[in-house]
Ligand binder design. Structure first.
Ligand SMILES: Cc1cc2nc3c(=O)[nH]c(=O)nc-3n(C[C@H](O)[C@H](O)[C@H](O)COP(=O)(O)O)c2cc1C
Length: 214
């Protein structure tokens, strides 16, 4: 039985080994490759990722957000800077991001430090949003208690009216964060749960690459 499993596995593993050897890349290049595949093969939101924060009293919390853009300096997302997540990042800037691309059977885990975007960067991101989403950003007091939905609707009408007459600018409470990674882990599915896990840990200015047991 064990022999049969190993025979079944061998070809799969050989293919995966080739993949690793071919991809002697830094973690950003590797992320780029995987992200590109996700944009082709995921049915929706390939940029959806989970953000984990830890509160001042050490309670973790997670939520889905959208990756706005990334480069070798980090991963950017937008949000309300008075939200629960933002308040948690004010007291603890260490966070984790997690992508799961179901169609590709892959996940990427990232750990790092969150820094607030500059006003210039936040303005640029806000400008990219459809007008309706800009109005929604004004109307939402993200993560605050909402007694009923009518109140939110009223706030939407209110800002729609204001911005019919004036150009839309970014609310001071809407911005975003850049997560500067210190650790990456790339995981992909192999039969019988013998998955691959390739990790990169930052050490001064270089990335140390290593494998982990599945
Ligand atoms: C697929 C998906 C994408 C989301 N993208 C964002 C986002 O980019 N920014 C954001 O603030 N909330 C986003 N949300 C909503 C968050 O999950 C969350 O409800 C909200 O940010 C409030 O979280 P908080 O109370 O922990 O701050 C998204 C939700 C889903 C399901």
């Amino acid at each position: 039985m064990a022999e049969k499993i190993l025979m079944n596995l061998s070809q799969n593993l050989i293919n995966q080994e080739i993949l690793i050897d071919e991809q002697n890349q830094d973690p950003f290049e590797k992320f780029s490759n995987w992200y590109e595949s996700a944009t082709k093969y995921e049915i929706n939101d390939p940029n959806a990722m989970n953000l984990a924060t830890v509160s001042a009293n050490l309670q973790p919390s997670t939520r889905m957000i959208l990756l706005k853009e990334y480069d070798e300096t980090g991963f950017i997302f937008n949000t309300n800077i008075e939200s629960k997540k933002s308040n948690e990042m004010k007291s603890n800037d260490l966070v984790a991001l997690h992508f799961h691309w179901k169609s590709l059977r892959r996940q990427v885990r990232i750990e790092g430090k969150a820094i607030t975007l500059s006003n210039k960067e936040a303005d640029r991101c806000f400008k990219d949003r459809p007008q309706e989403s800009q109005i929604a950003a004004w109307a939402s007091k993200q993560s605050e208690f909402l007694p009923n939905r009518k109140i939110l609707n009223k706030r939407v009408y209110h800002y729609e009216n204001i911005f019919n007459k004036k150009p839309l600018k970014r609310p001071a409470f809407w911005s975003g964060y850049k997560v500067i990674p210190q650790y990456f882990e790339f995981w992909w599915d192999v039969k019988f749960r013998l998955h691959y896990r390739i990790a990169y840990k930052q050490d001064s200015n270089r990335w140390n690459k290593f494998m982990l047991y599945p």
